[in-house]
Every structure is written in C-alpha cells, then in structure tokens.
Design a protein around this ligand. Structure first.
Ligand code: URA
Ligand code: SF4
Length: 203
C-alpha cells in the first residue's frame, strides 16, 4: 500500500507503516532520509509521543534510538514500566533540519506540519487504542490538543481526550539533556520521573 493515504485502505499498523513512506502531506519528506513511524506492541496501554525523529532516528528509521531515547528508556525502566506496555512514536514523522556543514541541525516543525502529520498520529491512536497517551514536549502536546500550550501549566494533571484516552503532558527528554548545570538537571529529571510515575499509576 505504498502511497495509499485513504484511511479506509489502512487497516493495520503494518499498512500505515508502509503507506507513510509515500506521504506528501507537507514538504518535510523532501529532505529527510525516510519517514519514521512508531514502534511497539499493537495494543500497548501507553503511547509516548515525541516531536519528530532526530538525526539518528532519521538514519535508523526507528523512533527514539538516539540520546533522547536513552533518557526515555532509562526513566521507563527505572519506574518499572514494562516495555511491552509501551508504544513510542512522534507527532511528526519526517526529520526537519537545516544543513550546517556536515551536520544537520534540528528545526522545530511548524503548526502546519504538525497538523498535516496528525493524520498519521490519529491512525496510530485509532489502531493501538492506548489507555494513556504521554505528550513529550510542546510539539506533541500541540498536536494532541490542537492548540499551542505551555508544558508547565499542564503537567501533573490528567487530561481527558474526546476519544476516552487520558493524556499526560511532560517535558521532552531532549530538554533534560540541554540543561547545563547539574542541580537544575537533577531537579528537572525528578519532575520528569514524577510525571511518569503518574502515568504508571494510570495504567
Ligand atoms: N526526539 C524525538 O522527539 N523523537 C525521536 O524519535 C527522537 C528524538
Ligand atoms: Fe507526511 Fe508527516 Fe512526513 Fe509531512 S512530516 S510528509 S505529513 S509523514
């Protein structure tokens, strides 16, 4: 079904995974290596939604395999959330970047790109039917809530979505990686883990 973008033709995660490679809904497919679709058990109870694939994810074709993924993996493991209960994906499926010499510098997706790619996230949610969705960062929260929001105002409280799932909002793991001072990092790490503890209690 490569190129198939009629929801009616996409009946499984495997169909969607194949079809997303032909997506032309926004311009981001032009420069990225490939679309990076979500991964995890077909009926996971928790869906983590990041922003978009990073440099390493773009090359590997898998979500959260780089540094941010390691932060997420460690937190999930530390809190004792079984990986078999977790599906991991992104709000936007193609890597958006600006070339700078040999490096590719991450750029935030804009509102139009987030909205265009919600097509795929909606498919994933409809097929996986998670009980709980965790928005990692502002882009994921914007995608799931349909408006731009402030993480600090929303974190710590479950949000009931229209389809009956419960949404939790927290920081993106990359944010933790960017905090330069040790104390500030430890403080934010603790808040991140506290947010994920609420998730564990909700599943
Ligand atoms: N950051 C994201 O938001 N998603 C990934 O898959 C990797 C890094
Ligand atoms: Fe399609 Fe999303 Fe890629 Fe844009 S970023 S081309 S909407 S898959």
């Amino acid at each position: 079904v490569e190129g198939a973008e009629d929801v009616g033709e996409i009946a499984s995660l495997a169909d969607a995974r194949a079809a997303v490679q032909g997506c032309r809904r926004c311009p981001l497919y032009e420069h990225a290596t490939q679309a990076v679709f979500g991964e995890g058990p077909e009926h996971a109870e928790v869906m983590f939604v990041g922003e978009q694939p990073g440099d390493q994810e773009d090359l590997a074709g898998k979500p959260f395999v780089g540094p941010a993924g390691q932060v997420l993996d460690r937190a999930v493991e530390k809190l004792g959330i079984d990986r078999s209960r977790v599906y991991v994906t992104n709000a936007v499926k193609h890597f958006k970047f600006e070339p700078r010499g040999k490096r590719r510098i991450h750029q935030r997706p804009d509102g139009g790109e987030i909205q265009a790619c919600k097509f795929w996230l909606n498919l994933e949610i409809g097929l996986v039917k998670p009980k709980v969705i965790v928005a990692l960062g502002a882009t994921a929260a914007q995608s799931l809530l349909g408006k731009s929001v402030t993480i600090s105002k929303l974190r710590g409280t479950p949000i009931a979505l229209a389809d009956g799932t419960t949404l939790f909002v927290t920081n993106h793991p990359s944010y933790l990686l960017r905090i330069p001072d040790v104390e500030g990092k430890a403080r934010e790490q603790a808040k991140f883990e506290a947010d994920l503890l609420l998730v564990r209690e909700a599943i």
